[in-house]
Design a protein around this ligand. Structure first.
Ligand SMILES: [Ca+2]
Length: 193
C-alpha cells in the first residue's frame, strides 16, 4: 500500500513536472514568436519634438512640431496632424528620443494635399547633441522625393547611434511633415558595450 502510494505520488509529481516543463517551453516558444513577429516600437511616439519655426496665422494652431509624432499619418494638412514652418532658409524639425538609441530606420510621411515636392532634398540626421550645424553630419540620408501623401523609409543595417533625429531642408522653403517614425533599439551602455 505504502509502495503503491509512493509510486502514485512519484507519478503525480513526474506528471506535474512534465506539465510544468511543457508549459514553460510553450511560454518560451510564444515569447520568442512574439519577439520575432512584433514590429519594432516607434520610438518617436515617446519623444519630444521641436522645429525651427511655426507657420504664421491662420495655420499655426494646426502646425506644431508634435503633429509629426502623434501616431497619425493623415497627410491632409487641414486635418491637423502635420507640422508646418514658414518659408525660410534651412527649415528643420527634430525629435528628442529622450535616450540614446541605435536607430535602424526612419519613416517619413509627406503632405498629400499640396506642395509635395517641397520635401525634395531633405536630409535626415542623427546625433547625440541637441544643437547641430547643417552639413556637419556624415551619417545623413537624403530624401530625393516622396509622392504626395506617401511614406518613405530610410534604413541603416547596422544602425546609427543618436538621441536626436532631425529632418533638415537645405534650401529656402516650408518644411511640412505629416508623420516621422523612428525605429531601433536602446544603445548599449558603457558597461555592456
Ligand atoms: Ca501626424
Amino acid at each position: 500500500m505504502c509502495l503503491y502510494l509512493c509510486l502514485s505520488c512519484h507519478s503525480i509529481g513526474t506528471l506535474a513536472f512534465s506539465f510544468h516543463s511543457r508549459r514553460m517551453r510553450q511560454d518560451m516558444f510564444f515569447l520568442l514568436l512574439t519577439l520575432l513577429v512584433t514590429p519594432s516600437e516607434n520610438l518617436a511616439l515617446w519623444g519630444k519634438a521641436t522645429q525651427s519655426d511655426l507657420v504664421d496665422n491662420p495655420y499655426n494652431g494646426w502646425s506644431h512640431a508634435s503633429n509629426a509624432i502623434d501616431g497619425n499619418s493623415d497627410s491632409d494638412f487641414y486635418h491637423g496632424s502635420c507640422t508646418h514652418t514658414d518659408s525660410q532658409t534651412n527649415p528643420w524639425w527634430r525629435v528628442d528620443l529622450l535616450d540614446t538609441y541605435i536607430v535602424t530606420s526612419v519613416t517619413i510621411t509627406n503632405r498629400g494635399d499640396c506642395c509635395h515636392t517641397n520635401i525634395n532634398g531633405a536630409e535626415v540626421h542623427h546625433k547625440n547633441v541637441k544643437f547641430f550645424k547643417l552639413k556637419y553630419y556624415c551619417d545623413s540620408g537624403v530624401i530625393s522625393s516622396i509622392p504626395a501623401g506617401r511614406s518613405l523609409t530610410l534604413s541603416w543595417n547596422k544602425g546609427i547611434e543618436g538621441r536626436y533625429v532631425a529632418v533638415v531642408l537645405p534650401k529656402t522653403s516650408t518644411l511640412v511633415l505629416c508623420e516621422v517614425e523612428v525605429y531601433g533599439y536602446l544603445a548599449p551602455t558603457g558597461k555592456d558595450k
